[in-house]
Write a protein that binds this ligand. Structure first.
Ligand code: NAG
Ligand code: NAG
Length: 328
């Protein structure tokens, strides 16, 4: 050990001039410095393992600047939602269509991209979508879902299964997802599939399980300075409203259930409302459009007409249609 030898030699040259007491003090100071160094190294390694370790893909983006408070969007906030593709924005010359206030995008698809910082440069807020109540294959953390926590296959989504949202293992996975969202700079999150109790789920899920799960997710999101929305789950609107910054609803007009979500509007919080009329968004059935856009109880909702696959296209109730640029 070169360092050790050098230290000893240097010590020897000074030895004669130092009193016994001075030597003791020096030894004590040295020991304290060594302990501080060891603790410091340990902490540094620990933190590094936490940040980039595990099976999560490394993110190459610098950490996003932390906002000082949780974002509260206003009623009638305009938006676009695209979940089946990645937005195509040139980070050096950011531009995006439509010029709405909020983009709701798939979180994992935009990991390690500069899309969110580009949207921020354009003064847009970003809601990051992920599934919180279902298992999906092919997500970076899919192998973390225990078999014991899987329920029925989701109707209409043969690759996805309902999961046990009370399981500590599942909650830990979802905290990991919120950490990703936070690192990506998402202003809010749109955790989907929290209404297992309203579906055949194979896990005996009850409304109180969803309430407990949403309270948990809301606290974790707010701790990370992110807003959170209640997705569908009409039966727990009244309970969850105080903790939510917004709602995201699919097809309340189709199912004549919009009044269930209107408490959000009365509380000054937006309802991001999606309907899927035939032919939407570029050849929309006019009668359906009129019905959905003037649905009782949907006053003040931020209504958007989309194709079921939530692709680049959208129509709004004023009749305008948009095509957002996405990567092929
Ligand atoms: C809602 O927002 C749209 C623009 O997105 C605007 O044209 C309309 O006037 C707003 N409605 C209210 C009641 O503020
Ligand atoms: C779901 O997880 C909770 C907490 O671990 C457990 O008590 C419950 O039995 C699980 N439900 C099912 C259907 O396995």
């Amino acid at each position: 050990m070169e360092g050790g030898t050098e230290g000893k030699l240097r010590g020897n040259t000074r030895e004669s001039r130092l009193s016994r007491r001075q030597k003791l003090v020096l030894a004590a100071v040295g020991a304290v410095m060594l302990i501080v160094l060891i603790i410091g190294l340990g902490l540094g390694l620990g933190l590094r393992n936490r940040g980039g370790g595990g099976d999560e893909p490394e993110t190459t983006q610098p950490p996003a600047p932390q906002p000082t408070a949780v974002w509260q969007p206003a009623v009638n906030t305009s938006w676009q939602i695209i979940l089946n593709a990645k937005l195509d924005i040139d980070p050096d010359r950011p531009a995006v269509v439509p010029d709405v206030e909020v983009y709701d995008i798939d979180m994992f698809m935009h990991q390690n991209s500069r899309v969110i910082s580009s949207l921020h440069k354009l003064n847009k807020k970003v809601i990051c979508y992920f599934s919180a109540g279902s298992y999906e294959p092919n997500r970076p953390d899919s192998d973390k879902f225990p078999d014991a926590d899987m329920g029925s296959v989701m109707e209409g989504w043969p690759d996805e299964k309902w999961i046990n949202i009370s399981s500590p293992a599942i909650r830990e996975i979802m905290v990991g997802r919120l950490d990703i969202a936070s690192r990506m700079g998402c202003d809010g999150v749109d955790p989907d599939n929290v209404d297992g109790f309203q579906n055949k789920n194979g896990l005996d899920l009850k409304p109180e399980h969803s309430v407990s799960f949403m309270n948990f997710l809301a606290d974790e999101a707010h701790n990370r300075k992110m807003a959170i929305g209640l997705k569908n789950a009409g039966d727990i609107v009244k309970t969850m409203l105080p903790k939510m910054e917004f709602a995201v609803n699919e097809e309340c007009a189709e199912f004549k259930a919009c009044p269930i979500f209107s408490p959000f509007i009365k509380a000054g919080k937006p309802v991001f409302h999606i309907e899927y009329p035939d032919g939407a968004p570029f050849d929309t059935d006019g009668d359906q459009k009129d019905e959905y856009c003037s649905a009782p109880g949907a006053e003040g909702f931020s209504t958007i007409l989309k194709a079921m696959n939530l692709n680049f296209g959208a129509e709004y109730c004023d009749g305008s249609t948009v095509r957002t640029k996405v990567l092929p």
